[in-house]
Write a protein that binds this ligand. Structure first.
Ligand SMILES: [Zn+2]
Length: 789
């Protein structure tokens, strides 16, 4: 034991001494950037210091320093952009042509070098604004604006670009336009603070309403001009970011604590935090999200209090977001969610109709349009059904779960929208999607050879109707699941019948957003450790606990919508060369990750993937080079492999990470260790992560992480290995930052746990684990392929 601790201590010291050079560089970049940004914000608010030239030049050179010293750091485009912004701020105070020239050139350089970055069109708009409005070069300005419209026609700068073009054409001859239209930080047109309002400026602004211009007579929120900070109101983005992060953390905490979630006060506190975040910087980039967060928290409160006024308040909050931020990408989400509340919780089908129609009118191409149409169709179908069966009594409530409150009954049955499945020879997952929450029961029927009945599961919905598409059912060939169909034994009662080749274990649970019942079936005993055995034939009830894992924001999987797929997987063997990584019980991380990288890579190749590696031998590769390489090679998926360590030798298990703010202390510790920085500098990282997240494929990455985690654990358990499931987590890992493809980081296990270390030393264990990881990637690809058909 003593020897073990001594070894552990030695190995930790070793990591500290050796792992410093490259990761510390990335940490330097992050903190230098954070400092520069803080200084820029404080300077903008400090009129005394802001009137001087020198402090601005210092901020500009701080951003320049980040770009010069850390050219491969993923957030370099944002650093360049903010350097340009600082220069523009200086120019608008010095009024020197040379300053404006320099600022314009800086913005143009951002757009030219990082055309793919989300800030590219913002940069072009700023450059156009300076050239047209400050330097009097209308032709150059027009050219820049045209390139926004051709290169980023659906970007959020397209509308302001059109407005600026219109404003410029009102000022022919190349004179500096009379209307001092300037581009704000958010890129929206606004009146210069120290210039008198002018007619031209006003018309430019009202045109800037764009999609927002719709009549208020449709019973839906009247859109206003983009929220503008009141004169003299302080905007404090740092405070906003801090409160926003706090609000999100608190929201997760309340969701995860059934006792607190049942109270009113914790939800009010979450809302207050979001409100604080919004008000700290009402024009900041987080403001719409903060306002949205308030509405989500209110909705979750309502879902627990079952009070009508709470549901009404949630609808009102969603409407507030639409009014204040009509051009934000969350606006159509809000309209959809408000409509859903009206339809399912407030028994207001008419109001829901109006909202949905308004949504489709305003955001016909929004990513929520499909769901809006589906809900609209459901509402219409429900109306027809009800009028066709006027005498139908409300189905009796099945008190399947006394612990859970009965779902709201709008008098209309729920609609079974879709039954989908994923099945191979020994496992199947069937998902039944519904238009709203409703009661259900599951029942197992043992096979009966005489009657020709295979193993069968019945899922009964006491108050639901199948959609037309669901009614005929389907035969499934060649997999564990053989047949899916639906039946209506009595009015309002729908039964889904699932036939299997074999059935050893099954698990049925409900998941929200959208509401669906998920059935998992295993053909072997080991497949579903938590599942029910058919012989303990008890009746399942909706499992509310399962809801916790579901994010409240409906996933918007752009990859799926675009029908993209995975061809090239980049496998990143963690650490290497002078950086050994974690060590313990004879395991050295850099060696084990390299071995696993090859094993996973071989399997993926055999499955038909093209595989590349950040390293194929024991060599040191800086963290920022790894994602840069993945971007250069245009990989479709980034898979980083690591071995975990903890001071407590009892800690063990397998976990998969995606890039986001850390939600737990243990995730923070793992990220701090892998980044080789202190937990304190990690908080700086969380601060700047908001910028990085603009490009992160968070939802896709989370999907990949879930598939990898599930199939790896499934394989291990089927292989008879004890495997501790630490789940899917998020944390800010440098090595995932800046990746332009979905990216996950797998912690294979804890080398500091003697039992796990023994397993990690066994080829049979590693081989099973590699099978599982590769299978997870393949499952993700299959999921994408299904959507692109
Ligand atoms: Zn590592």
């Amino acid at each position: 034991m003593h020897r073990f601790f001594a070894l552990l201590l030695l190995s930790l010291t070793f990591v500290c001494c050796i792992g410093l050079s490259a990761p510390a560089k990335a940490a330097d970049a992050a903190s230098a950037y954070a400092t520069a940004k803080k200084e820029l914000e404080s300077l903008k608010r400090d009129s005394r210091r802001g009137a001087l030239r020198e402090p601005w030049e210092r901020v500009v050179s701080r951003f320049d320093g980040v770009v010069r010293e850390h050219p491969r750091w993923p957030n370099v485009p944002a650093a360049m952009f903010h350097g340009a912004l600082a220069k523009k701020e200086l120019a608008s105070r010095s009024f020197r042509t040379a300053d404006f020239e320099d600022a314009a050139r800086r913005f143009e350089r951002v757009a030219a070098t990082y055309g793919w970055h989300v800030l590219a069109d913002d940069a072009l708009l700023h450059a156009a604004d300076i050239r047209g409005n400050r330097l009097g070069d209308v032709a150059a300005s027009r050219k820049l604006l045209d390139s926004i419209l051709t290169r980023y026609p659906s970007g959020d700068m397209a509308e302001p670009a059109r407005d600026l073009l219109a404003a410029l054409s009102g000022a022919p001859g190349g004179d500096a336009p009379k209307a001092p239209v300037v581009v704000g930080r958010s890129g929206r047109l606004e009146q210069d603070d120290d210039a008198p309002a002018s007619a031209a400026g006003d018309s430019a602004r009202s045109a800037g309403g764009g999609v927002a211009v719709a009549s208020a007579s449709d019973g839906v929120p009247a859109p206003k001009a983009p929220a503008k900070a009141k004169k003299g109101a302080r905007s404090d983005p740092a405070k906003a970011a801090k409160l926003y992060a706090e609000a999100r953390k608190e929201l997760e905490a309340v969701r995860g604590d059934a006792r607190r979630a049942a109270l009113r006060e914790p939800w009010l506190r979450v809302m207050a935090l979001y409100e604080g975040a919004r008000d700290a910087a009402p024009e900041g980039e987080l403001a719409p999200n903060a306002a949205y967060g308030m509405a989500v928290a209110q909705e979750e409160l309502a879902a627990r209090s079952w009070r009508k006024d709470d549901f009404l308040a949630a609808v009102a909050r969603y409407n507030d977001v639409v009014s204040a931020y009509p051009e934000d990408s969350l606006a159509d989400d809000c309209m959809l969610r408000a409509a859903r509340l009206r339809a399912t919780r407030l028994d207001d089908a008419e109001g829901a109709h109006q909202l949905l129609e308004a949504q489709l009118r305003r955001y016909p191409k929004g990513d929520m349009a499909g769901e809006a149409r589906a809900l609209l169709a459901d509402l219409t179908a429900a109306r027809v059904t009800v009028s066709a069966q006027p005498g139908k009594a409300a189905a009796p409530a099945v008190s399947a779960s006394p612990a859970s409150p009965a779902p709201a009954r709008g008098g209309k049955p729920a609609v079974l929208r879709q039954v989908s499945w994923r099945a191979d020879n020994d496992r199947a997952t069937i998902t039944i999607e519904l238009s709203r929450e409703t009661e259900w029961r599951s029942q197992y029927a043992a096979p009966d050879n005489g009657a020709g009945r295979p193993p069968r599961l019945y899922i009964d919905f006491s108050d639901a109707l199948p959609d037309d598409a669901v009614k005929p059912g389907a035969k499934v060939s060649g997999a564990l699941l053989t047949r899916v169909r639906s039946d209506q034994p009595s009015s309002g009662h729908t039964r889904v019948i699932l036939d299997f080749k074999a059935l050893r274990r099954y698990k049925v649970q409900a998941v929200r957003n959208p509401y669906r019942v998920v059935i998992e079936v295993g053909a072997t005993d080991a497949a579903l450790p938590d599942g029910q055995r058919p012989d303990d034939s008890r009746v399942s009830v909706p499992v509310r606990e399962a809801d916790k894992a579901t994010p409240s924001v409906p996933p918007k999987d752009l990859v799926e919508q675009l029908g993209l797929t995975v061809h090239t997987v980049l496998i990143d063997a963690g650490h290497g060369g002078k950086d050994p990584g974690a060590m313990g019980n004879g395991i050295v991380e850099r060696n084990l990750t390299l071995k696993m990288a090859r094993m996973v890579g071989d399997r993926l190749r055999r499955m038909g993937f093209s595989v590349i590696y950040t390293r194929d031998r024991d060599v040191f590769v800086p963290l920022d080079k790894r994602t840069a390489y993945a971007n250069d090679k245009k990989a479709d998926l980034f898979l980083s492999l690591h071995v975990n360590a903890n001071n407590d030798p009892r800690i063990c298990g397998f976990e998969t990470y995606y890039l986001d703010l850390a939600r737990t202390d243990s995730a923070t510790r793992v990220a701090a260790r892998e980044n080789a920085v202190s937990e304190k500098s990690l908080s700086d990282l969380q601060f700047i992560l908001t910028d990085l997240m603009l490009n992160a494929k968070t939802q896709e990455s989370r999907d990949v992480a879930n598939f990898v985690q599930d199939s790896a654990l499934g394989r291990l358990r089927r292989g008879g290995f004890p495997a501790h499931d630490n789940g899917v987590r998020s944390a800010p890992f440098y090595v995932l930052m800046g990746a332009r493809m979905p990216s996950v980081l797998v912690e294979l296990g804890y080398c500091t746990n003697p039992d796990e270390a023994r397993r990690l030393n066994s080829d049979q264990y590693l081989s099973t684990l590699a099978d599982g990881i590769a299978e997870g990637v393949a499952t993700y690809k299959r999921k994408l392929a299904r959507f692109s058909q």
